[in-house]
Design a protein around this ligand. Structure first.
Ligand code: SF4
Length: 530
């Protein structure tokens, strides 16, 4: 065991060596490990040291899963430090939509799923100039050569893609089979649409990989959201308009019927169970067709619309296709105990939602197929909840590392007369909170981070006058902000620490609340080197 050789710093902080040894032993035993340790401990460096000391010498590979882009970049930062001691190849890869530079495809996509379809369509019909250019002779040779010596971030590939008109996703895909460490978004091992292709791109199946799951407490929610889906009356109406434009009388009738049905049922409660069986029976009684058959027709015609739009140089978006996809999923999940269907909202805001109750379906293959797994986070307890929700075998081991910070280093203040309780969220309450937050920030040298309970609470604080009460610059993480704009904002925010300070108004559980270091010259955040 040569942990020191792969540890990027001159000495271990308390708890780091214990983590590295536990990781090494777990991989030796082909087992499963859960690590709980506070932020700032340097878990990533310790886990990498333990894992690399095994995988480098045993011809296996590391697959690092993280939720946010910043977490992925941080893994490559650590690898770059390690590679100054021992050469090691590595890449990070974000979701395909975030890596895409083809504006036409991006703007036509509803979500990740539709982006994958449109990208495939564009590639197949040779309509993506970035893809075509990537594979022209000699264009990416230099990039591939340099990557063999220096770990590559998804953001490096993205910048190169933009400036040289090549596809950033393809750049990283080319490097995947030869990279010892691959750091990707959860998506690549959780979303059933992309898993098969991703494993093929890795060049080896999961049994050759040690899988490390960063901020693993997020995995169950992420998996549930991937398995869930929602369709609104608004999208259905767009589909009716589309059917009219394409003179598709039958499709128009089907979708109109669905709208009428959704508008006619349900009491006036906000949320209730949707009776999918009744819905399917009504569809059959009206058209003599199963829901499945109607969904298929919508999907197939939607494919055709998208293809025609694409080859005529227009945005290849189809609401009919979207409706077809949703109805198929509704049909597939009816009567499944791990799903419920929910009807909610009124009038145009009415939606039908497919809610996945059991995330295991999307993640248990990781724990069954990988050579070994390491789940790490600052908050893993209760352990039984995590292990049973994601399907980890009972033989799992657990390492808990206490905080390296003394009580004097952390000031905790609880203010009793404010609350975000739903029924008390009024302007007066938000104003009170905004004043208090501003006072704390003004009296804190350097930067301050404020993490609201939700985007709604964040809006409430702004409406309550936070900006007016604050005499420092305010950086706001907006929900609709692209990840690139968010990255740029965070970089600028960090530079404010020694310029009088600023405030970052973000959201708990959002992309800036985990896996990000916020250095400030006045109060240097602890790093693994300290
Ligand atoms: S090939 Fe690349 S650039 Fe082209 S649409 Fe797909 S992801 Fe975007």
């Amino acid at each position: 065991m040569e942990i020191e050789k792969y540890f990027p710093y001159s000495s271990f902080r308390k708890g780091q060596k214990e983590i590295a040894i536990a990781v090494y032993q777990t991989i030796e035993e082909k087992g499963h490990l859960i690590i709980e340790g506070p932020s700032g401990l340097g878990k990533t460096a310790a886990v990498l040291a333990g894992a690399l000391s095994h995988v480098i010498e045993n011809n296996v590979r590391l697959l690092f899963l993280a939720r946010t882009h910043r977490e992925l970049e941080r893994i490559i930062d650590e690898l770059r430090l390690i590679s100054t001691k021992v050469p090691v190849s590595g890449v990070s890869l974000r979701g395909k939509l975030e890596m895409c530079v083809n504006l036409q495809v991006i703007e036509s996509s509803f979500d990740h799923r539709s982006h994958i379809e449109l990208c495939n369509l564009a590639v197949k019909s040779s309509k993506c100039e970035y893809y075509n250019h990537t594979y022209e002779k000699g264009v990416v040779d230099d990039f591939v050569r340099r990557a063999a010596e220096f770990p590559v971030k998804a953001s490096d590939a993205y910048e190169m893609g933009r400036f040289q008109n090549v596809c950033p996703y393809e750049l990283i895909r080319i490097l995947l089979p030869s990279s010892k460490i691959v750091a990707v978004s959860y998506m690549y091992l959780v979303n059933p649409i992309v898993i098969k292709n991703f494993i093929k791109n890795l060049g080896q199946d999961l049994s050759n990989f040690v899988v490390i799951i960063d901020e693993a407490h997020n995995l169950p929610d992420f998996a549930s959201s991937v398995l869930s889906d929602v369709l609104s009356i608004r999208s259905l109406r767009e589909a009716v308009n589309e059917a009219e434009r394409y003179n598709q009388r039958e499709l128009k009738e089907y979708i109109r019927f669905i709208i009428n049905f959704l508008e006619s049922i349900g009491n006036k409660n906000d949320e209730e169970l949707f009776n999918t069986r009744l819905f399917m029976d009504e569809v059959y009684a009206e058209f003599g067709l199963s829901l499945n058959a109607i969904a298929d027709q919508c999907r197939m015609y939607g494919e055709e619309i998208k293809y025609q739009l694409l080859i005529s140089g227009k945005h290849p978006r189809s609401y009919i296709h979207r409706v077809g996809e949703f109805l198929l999923r509704l049909y597939d999940t009816v009567d499944q105990k791990s799903y419920i269907h929910i009807l909610s909202g009124k009038a145009e805001k009415r939606t039908v939602e497919i809610v996945a109750l059991d995330p295991r379906e999307a993640v248990e293959h990781i724990f069954k197929e990988a050579l070994a797994t390491i789940s790490m986070s600052g908050t893993m307890k209760p352990l039984e909840a995590y292990t049973s929700i994601v399907g980890i075998p009972e033989s799992v081991k657990f390492v808990e590392v206490p905080s390296p910070f003394s009580e004097e280093q952390v000031l905790t203040i609880i203010i009793k007369d404010v609350t975000t309780k739903y029924e008390l969220r009024e302007t007066e309450m938000y104003e009170r909170m905004a004043r208090l937050i501003a006072q704390i920030a003004i009296n804190t040298p350097g930067n301050t981070g404020v993490f609201a309970a939700s985007y709604e609470v964040q809006r409430g604080l702004l409406d309550g006058g936070l900006r007016n009460f604050l005499s420092k610059p305010l950086f706001i993480e907006l929900q609709e902000m692209s990840s690139k704009d968010n990255d740029r904002m965070i970089q600028e925010f960090k530079t404010m620490g020694d310029k009088g300070g600023a405030m970052l108004l973000s959201v708990q559980g959002g992309r800036n609340s985990e896996g990000e270091d916020y250095p400030c010259l006045l109060y240097t955040s602890p790093s693994p080197r300290d």
